[in-house]
Design a protein. Structure first.
Ligand SMILES: Cc1cc2nc3c(=O)[nH]c(=O)nc-3n(C[C@H](O)[C@H](O)[C@H](O)COP(=O)(O)O)c2cc1C
Ligand code: FES
Lengths: 256, 303
């Protein structure tokens, strides 16, 4: 079972103005991913753009692997043109995913923008109750709202402009939840993936309140499997590879 | 069909090697390919002491290429010998160690330690000096390059010595000649080309290090020309590096005069690139009715 394999595009559906849901079916036997792991996806077979793109998986069904992606640059623009039946090369599952919440902790999951993909992969596997927070700039940028409703946990959706869900940020909701739970003496554990500004704010809050947790980080990647050292992130133990030791790191180990 | 080539005293089962810095210490690729099939593995550049490398972002994409400024991050000689070399030894392939230092003495100490451990070859990386730490620009100064090579050559006995040339020069054939005259058994070229990219939205360089090295298909025509020039200037074998993505590219380098090739950036896109290139070369030779690969080395026709 090689982690380098071919997959067929089952569908590539627009979810909103910017984002698509991509469903791929491996044509060879492939390993099953763990929540928080990612795949390197080939966006074209000319050499421009040259590199594969890393994407956390969103869902794993019995046959397929699903991804959420926002069109941001050259690579994702080409992905938008993926046609049903097209065959592409992918590598994965890669990296080290989220550890399970330990006994007695209630998980608070936060997905900012497309960061919800990685968070969803974890949310779907949790067997206990959890909070799931999803935020975006506006209604058009929210993702997987219906899927979130079907999850076991309690979900909160917010937008910066109030066009859907609560008006505000996931960090504000997180603060409320943590404050409430500290009164109830409930122990929380944070899991977050999203824009850097959001993660920095969450990490401050977590440090203030003495709460532990994990972030899934994003960095430019050339290989995705540990060979190029291009994806380094500074941690208290020196540089680590986002693609290998990460993408998930304990919050307190990340040096901002 | 015979794919065997000779680089100095080394007999390679085929001309396909990995390029330093793109193949880790081999382990990362063992799940994708059979490492025994490679002509040689050239490992990530090793220095005497571990180096932590540059701050991120360290890479960015450019048209048909990529820039990197990894900053020579490596685990240092001691850990390489203790943790990585024993693993590589398990395979039936040659192990060539790329080394880098700030002074000639650094290079000599590395070369001697590696010869003691009986590695198959040493590749001198003279292209990335850490000038801030008192490093000397060996790659662009002919006199210093000559001194470095002869210093290392005298300090080791029979281990294969390859000098990896820096492409930022207008007279590569002179550097090739100096490498030969100073006792290098072979030369490899090219290393990445110094380059830069800017994010015009935020007016900032795309790499934290500001500049980086360009690799990938974008540099191949430059590399082919340099391999051609260098191979005409020297008798020692030339190893062609730069943007080899498939067997056609490998053959192009060999026709230009390369005895072997190294595959770098292609490994990132497709971790099986090296073995696919070996298979492709074999197919090409069969199609052309050639039994021995050495027949295509430098076989370029001019008229
Ligand atoms: C991420 C990366 C790291 C590299 N590290 C080294 C190194 O440690 N030592 C060295 O001599 N060359 C290093 N190189 C240069 C390659 O070995 C090779 O010369 C260059 O990339 C051109 O070949 P390519 O176009 O096939 O990649 C590195 C290249 C890349 C892309
Ligand atoms: S992307 Fe190459 S080491 Fe992480």
């Amino acid at each position: 079972m090689s982690r380098y394999f071919r997959a067929k595009v089952v569908s590539n559906l627009p979810l909103n103005k910017k984002s698509n849901l991509l469903t791929l079916r491996p044509l060879e036997r492939a390993k099953n991913p763990e929540p928080g792991q990612f795949y390197m996806i080939e966006v074209g077979n000319s050499y421009d753009p040259l590199l594969k793109r890393p994407f956390s998986y969103f869902r794993k069904t019995s046959e397929d692997i699903q991804f959420l992606y926002a069109v941001r640059g050259k690579g994702t623009l080409l992905m938008k043109d993926f046609m049903e039946g097209e065959i592409i090369n992918i590598i994965g599952p890669l990296g080290t995913g989220y550890p399970k919440p330990s006994r007695g902790y209630i998980a608070v999951l936060i997905g900012g923008g497309t960061g919800i993909a990685s968070i969803f992969s974890l949310a779907e596997r949790l067997t206990k109750n959890a909070y799931i927070l999803h935020g975006a700039k506006c209604r058009e940028e929210l993702l997987a709202v219906n899927e979130l409703k079907s999850l076991k946990g309690e979900s909160f959706i917010c937008t910066d402009d109030g066009s859907f869900g609560e008006k505000g940020t996931t960090v504000e909701i997180l603060e409320e939840i943590l404050t409430q739970n500290s009164r109830l003496k409930t122990q929380n554990l944070i899991y977050a993936c999203g824009p850097r500004a959001m993660l920095e704010a969450v990490s401050k809050l977590a440090a203030d309140k003495g709460i532990k947790g994990y972030f899934s980080l994003v960095e430019y990647m050339a290989c995705g499997f540990g060979a190029c050292l291009g994806c380094a992130v500074k941690t208290v133990h020196g540089y680590k590879r986002v693609c290998k030791e990460g993408p998930v790191f304990p919050i307190e180990e990340i040096v901002w | 069909m015979d794919l065997t080539v000779h680089i100095g005293n080394l007999k390679l089962k085929n001309p396909v090697m990995t390029a330093s810095g793109t193949f880790g210490y081999g382990e990362e690729y063992s799940e994708f390919i059979n490492l025994n099939r490679l002509g040689a593995i050239v490992v990530k550049g090793i220095s005497l002491e571990p180096m932590e490398g540059n701050p991120p972002p360290r890479i960015c994409e450019t048209p048909c290429g990529m820039l990197n400024a990894i900053g020579l991050q490596n685990i240092g000689l001691k850990r390489f010998l203790g943790e990585k070399l024993p693993y590589l030894r398990k395979f039936n392939t040659k192990v060539i160690v790329n080394i880098l230092g700030n002074t000639i003495r650094d290079y000599i100490r590395l070369a001697q330690a590696l010869e003691d451990e009986r590695v198959d070859g040493i590749e001198l990386n003279v292209s990335c000096p850490n000038v801030k730490k008192g490093g000397i620009i060996f790659g662009t100064d002919k006199k210093m390059l000559g001194r470095l090579i002869s210093g290392v050559r005298k300090s080791i006995k029979k281990t294969l010595l390859i000098t990896k040339l820096f492409p930022n020069t207008s007279n590569i054939h002179e550097f090739a000649k100096i490498a030969e005259d100073s006792g290098s058994d072979a030369i490899s070229l090219i290393n990445t080309i110094p380059a830069m990219a800017i994010d015009i939205e935020i007016w900032r360089p795309k790499l934290a290090n500001i500049t980086g090295g360009l690799s990938g298909p974008a540099i191949r025509p430059v590399a082919v020309r340099m391999v051609w020039e260098a191979s005409r200037a020297v008798k020692i074998p030339v190893i062609g590096i730069g943007g080899t993505m498939n067997s056609d590219d490998a053959i192009e380098f060999m026709l230009a005069g390369a005895t072997a090739i190294q595959v770098g950036t292609a490994n990132f896109l497709n971790p099986k690139s090296t073995v696919e290139i070996i298979d492709g070369i074999e197919k090409y030779l069969k199609k052309k009715g050639i039994n021995n690969i050495v027949d295509i080395i430098g076989a370029l026709c001019y008229a």
